[in-house]
Structure formats: structure tokens, C-alpha cells
Design a protein around this ligand. Structure first.
Ligand code: PXL
Length: 304
């Protein structure tokens, strides 16, 4: 997929052409559908040309119908995974996804505090199908220990309400919640209005000084893992050295295009499909063929 949006040049000019790749670490849960969680994060990192590391905090059991269970990894094992990577590989940015218990939040916060690199916190409280991932105590620990290290925090409306205790019914309430999150220590906030009503999906970006609305046409389709891919795209931009505002704009352009290209794989919400040299790009004005093309633009050597 070639970016043609106003931010595409930024991204290209910030890529090192050779040498050590930029490295982004995701800390989150495994989603066997590949649509959300660390699987989706790693695909996003690959798309942006950064090397992805992953530390697993939970193994979920799910399909496109929903989450059957979320099984936490012990804090000691999360810590061991983090230390092994931290002792060895220089990390350029961190993305935090699904966390499970206060102990795990503390382990992850200590690691982030030591690393001192740009960090995106996607404060996942529940799955889009409604399974609660965090209890109230863990929510408090996340808010007090981890949010202060966030270069960008990316809550949706219900997560922002849970963190700020503001009932969000209007765009003024969104702004108030964003202000509160910055007061509580986050450097900037991308408050996702995706679940609100209206013809546009409007997200609010606030960095403590400026507030800005990022709009895209709202699509009727349900796509799994939008928050994971959006926050991983932001983390990729930060790893490439972009200012947070530019990384957020690029990520919003990217997620808007990715929602268009998502496909149903099972009976539930659609799953993101990342570009590949072996998959034909859809051509403007031609009917999509419904997923993988029969004849790829470049023959896939594995299928010959
Ligand atoms: O989309 C939020 C999310 C994040 N991480 C994991 C998930 C989900 C939603 O199901 O399973 C592992």
C-alpha cells in the first residue's frame, strides 16, 4: 500500500535507508485471530519498516465471534521477557497494549521508566465484544503508574471516562477528559471518538496546549483491533523520530485506509489485511475481488 496522504513524505524522509533498523517493543496480549493484540502490532510495525519486539502479557482464547477467555502471564514471566530484551537490544519506542493485573502494570511501568523512550499507552479496559480485561484496582494502577510515562495515550470514549470519571456526552466533555489525562501526566492524548454517533469518526488530539480534531468518514463495518493498529502505527512513527502530532496524523490516515481494506474471515467483525507484494492492489474503478486475488502481481515463489 502506498501512502499518498499529506504526511507520506514525512514518513519516507524519516526512514534510515540502511544500517540498524528502528526497534519498537509491544507489550500486550496474544490474539489468535491475528486481528488485534501483539499479532496485529507486529504486522503494523512491519508495514512501517520498523523491527518489532513483543512481550506477551496474556494468552486470549478467541475467534471473530468474541473472547472466550483471557489468561494472564505471571508478572515474573513478563518481567523476565522485558529484562532479556532490555539487557540486549536498544529500543526506540514502546507500545503498551493489554495489561492484566496491578503487579504486571508495576513491572511494565518500571521497565518503561528505565527505558526513557517514546511510549504509546493504549489503555485497554475491554475487548470490542465486551469482555472486561481489567478490574478497578488495575485501572487505578495503570492510571497512576503508567499514564505519566505516556508520550501519547490513546483511550476510546469509555476508557477515557473510566480513567477520568468524566461522563462523556459531548465534544466539550471529550476536551475536558483529554485535559484531565494530560494533567495526570500523559504528554499528549488521542481520544478516539470512533464509538460515538455521527457521519464522521472524529478523534481529538490534545498535547496540553493545542487541541485538534482528526476526522474521517465513518464506515458502517465493524473491524476488530482498530485501537491496536492505530496505537502501533503511532509508536512506529515515534520510533522513526517523528513528533507525536505527525505520528498521530499518519496513524489516522493509515487506520482509515486499513478499515477500507479489512475483510471478513469468520462470522464476526472484519480483520485487517496488510499489503503484501504477493497480493494485487485494488485498482480504482474496478470491483474488489473479495480478498486475495487469484493472480498476484508478483508470482508468490511459495505457491509455484
Ligand atoms: O482490541 C483490543 C485487544 C487488545 N489485545 C488483545 C485483544 C483485544 C481485543 O480482543 O484480544 C489481545
Amino acid at each position: 500500500m502506498n501512502f499518498t496522504g499529506p504526511y507520506s513524505n514525512f514518513l519516507l524522509s524519516s526512514r534510515p535507508s540502511s544500517g540498524r533498523p528502528r526497534v519498537v517493543l509491544t507489550v500486550g496480549g496474544s490474539d489468535p485471530t491475528g486481528g488485534a493484540g501483539i499479532q496485529a502490532d507486529l504486522k503494523t510495525f512491519q508495514h512501517f519498516g520498523v523491527h518489532g519486539l513483543s512481550v506477551v502479557t496474556a494468552v486470549t482464547v478467541q475467534n471473530t465471534h468474541g473472547v472466550r477467555s483471557a489468561n494472564p502471564v505471571e508478572p515474573e514471566l513478563v518481567e523476565a521477557q522485558l529484562s532479556a530484551l532490555g539487557e540486549d537490544i536498544p529500543i526506540d519506542a514502546i507500545k503498551i497494549g493489554m495489561l492484566t493485573t496491578s503487579e504486571v502494570v508495576e513491572v511494565v511501568s518500571n521497565f518503561v521508566a528505565k527505558q526513557r523512550v517514546p511510549t504509546v499507552v493504549d489503555p485497554i479496559v475491554a475487548s470490542s465484544s465486551g469482555t472486561l480485561f481489567l478490574d478497578n484496582a488495575t485501572l487505578d494502577t495503570l492510571s497512576s503508574c503508567l499514564c505519566p510515562f505516556a508520550s501519547v495515550i490513546t483511550p476510546n470514549i469509555s476508557e477515557a471516562s473510566a480513567f477520568t470519571e468524566i461522563v462523556i456526552k459531548s465534544e466539550d466533555d471529550l476536551l475536558e477528559a483529554a485535559r484531565r489525562l494530560v494533567e495526570e501526566g500523559a504528554e499528549s492524548v488521542l481520544l478516539k471518538g470512533g464509538h460515538a454517533a455521527g457521519p464522521e469518526s472524529r478523534d481529538l488530539y490534545y498535547d496540553g496546549t493545542n487541541a485538534e480534531w482528526l476526522s474521517a468518514p465513518r464506515r458502517a463495518k465493524q473491524v476488530h483491533g482498530t485501537g491496536c493498529v492505530l496505537s502501533s502505527a503511532i509508536a512506529s512513527g515515534l520510533a522513526l523520530g517523528l513528533p507525536a502530532r505527525d505520528a498521530v496524523h499518519i496513524a489516522k490516515e493509515f487506520i482509515t485506509e486499513m478499515i477500507e481494506r479489512a475483510m471478513p474471515l469468520g462470522a464476526g467483525p472484519e480483520i485487517f489485511q496488510f499489503a503484501s507484494p504477493f497480493i494485487e492492489e485494488p485498482v480504482e474503478g474496478r470491483e474488489p475481488r473479495g480478498g486475495f486475488s487469484k493472480q498476484a502481481t508478483t508470482p508468490n515463489p511459495l505457491l509455484l
